[in-house]
Design a protein around this ligand. Structure first.
Ligand SMILES: *Cc1c(COP(=O)(O)O)cnc(C)c1O
Length: 229
């Protein structure tokens, strides 16, 4: 089933890209394998999937250590600074940096590991109090503060918009993130200001996200089915 689901999603990504005149190769699929067993990840890998997203460090640990080294792991959950060392070791990209303290902790550990870590800044586009992410108004300052971290590369922005039943409800929020990225790129606050990454769109709304400029879609349920509790 996982292979069939992946094929459907890849073709939906390609179609959405074509509809709005974008190159489908510029859109990466992050298969969100949180709470899924290692064998589900292996099955997806056999069907050509290389990038996986995890929310929980403990849960990811076994999978990352045990599975094929060619897999690339993105951390997409809330990160505590005391776990930054492990996160810096296990993950290629940390998508959820939303405060200076966590950036500095990741920078320190990446330095120790002799690696540079790609990061995205998580933006709380809806300003929802219960959600992680920096408020859009404070993003510029945060990027300025993080830029001196020499072992981090600020690749772009990530968001989880307020929940809506209809995928169209996400569109204005995706647009907000895109506009913010353009403003920040004009101020040259990213590592590559001409190819800023935007991680937005999940199972329910990834085609809308692609129409609004997403370069990384994070899809779980539509690939792996409902997650075990
Ligand atoms: C769980 C999760 C996803 C995937 O959600 P689905 O609706 O299962 O596709 C994407 N992004 C984040 C941050 C998540 O926590």
């Amino acid at each position: 089933m996982i292979c069939e689901n992946l094929a459907v999603i890849r073709s939906q990504i390609a179609q959405a890209a074509e509809r709005c005149g974008r190159n489908p190769d510029k859109i990466k699929l992050v298969a969100v394998s949180k709470r899924m067993p290692a064998r589900a990840v292996e099955e997806a890998h056999l069907c050509g999937q290389l990038i996986f997203g995890e929310n929980y460090l403990q849960d990811a640990l076994k999978k990352v250590r045990q599975l094929d080294k060619s897999l690339q792991w993105h951390f997409i959950g809330h990160l505590q600074s005391n776990k930054a060392g492990q996160a810096a070791e296990l993950f290629e990209v940390i998508e959820t940096v939303d405060r200076l303290k966590i950036a500095e902790a990741l920078d320190k550990h990446a330095g120790k590991l002799g690696k540079t870590l790609d990061i995205l800044i998580q933006v709380n586009v809806g300003g929802e109090p219960q959600k992680s992410g920096i408020h859009p108004d404070k993003a510029e300052k945060l990027l300025e503060q993080i830029r001196p971290c020499s072992h981090l590369k600020i690749r772009g922005l990530m968001t989880m918009p307020p929940y809506g039943r209809d995928p169209e409800a996400s569109r204005p929020w995706f647009r907000t993130l895109k506009q913010l990225s353009v403003q920040l790129a004009e101020r040259e606050l990213f590592d590559s200001n001409d190819s800023v990454q935007l991680s937005m769109g999940m199972s329910g709304d990834f085609t809308v996200a692609i129409e609004e400029g997403s370069t990384l879609v994070r899809v779980g349920t539509a690939i792996f089915g409902p997650r075990p509790k």
